[in-house]
Design a protein around this ligand. Sequence first.
Ligand code: HSE
Length: 307
Amino acid sequence: MKRIKVFAPASVANMGCGFDVMGMAMDATGDILDVSIEDGHGLEIINNSGIDLPQNIEKNVITPAVMSFLAEYGSHMKIKIIVEKKIAPGSGIGSSAASSSAAVFALNELLGRPFSDLKLVEFAMEGEKLISGGVAHADNVAPSIMGGVVFIRGYKPLDIVKLPVPENFHCSVVHPDIMVSTKMAREVMPKEIPVRDAVKQWGNVGGLVAGLVLGDVPLIGRSMVDVVAEPYRRGFIPGFEILRDKVLKAGALAMNISGSGPSVFAVSEDEQTAKNIASIMKEHFSFLNIKSDTYTANVSEKGARIL
Ligand code: HSE
């Protein structure tokens, strides 16, 4: 029997303007999986998290990710996965991605690394397809596997660029205890966008990438404006606009929805401001009688790893 314990970090997808094309890894939390390969064949998933997961194995994001890995690997085996989830599903900080990324990363390690990181991203995307209503996006699984900030230049073929992260790039993240499914958050978006909105959005994506490469955090901040998804999604987050006013007044450079929400993240140029903003976020939801978890985190350069 071969056995391994791995961790895959949480992630912030979209980073404001980069719907489905930008994402960053965040070490503050993540999922831990204990994966073993035994003789025989079949997949067993044991939930050891204290967080409810689908009873039906077909509805667990790990299943399609592992199945696509095995289909390409081309041999049967018995896989047992004990899941210790630290991120609640539907949180907007890459909960499903952390589990499917950890699963394919662990299998790859156990089998002597037959696949590249890019291939692992493709396998893990099958889990995202399951929860997003049929569209496989890579902006959570790619940072969760590869670490850092990633830019997905294209999907067919998958073309991922890892970008540098300035030292003075500090994030505050709040996860309010409400549930927004990725599927629902994608369904509220229009199928088409006006050209004037597309122009704003691709200007901002260019600004975000340039800001990261040039180490210009204010440029990153002013590029984190989303006219494509946020107008349709912010209604899921109580007091979103009020909270944004508060955190911008407190010195944040930008505040956006993390992935499909309900988590929200802000960017600051120093750690003390980031901590202060995390407290403002917590107070905001507490005032609304909503429990929340907050994190202040730098981008995690490491992605999935062996524990
Ligand atoms: N890019 C995806 C979305 C991320 O915004 O729907 C989901 O976490």
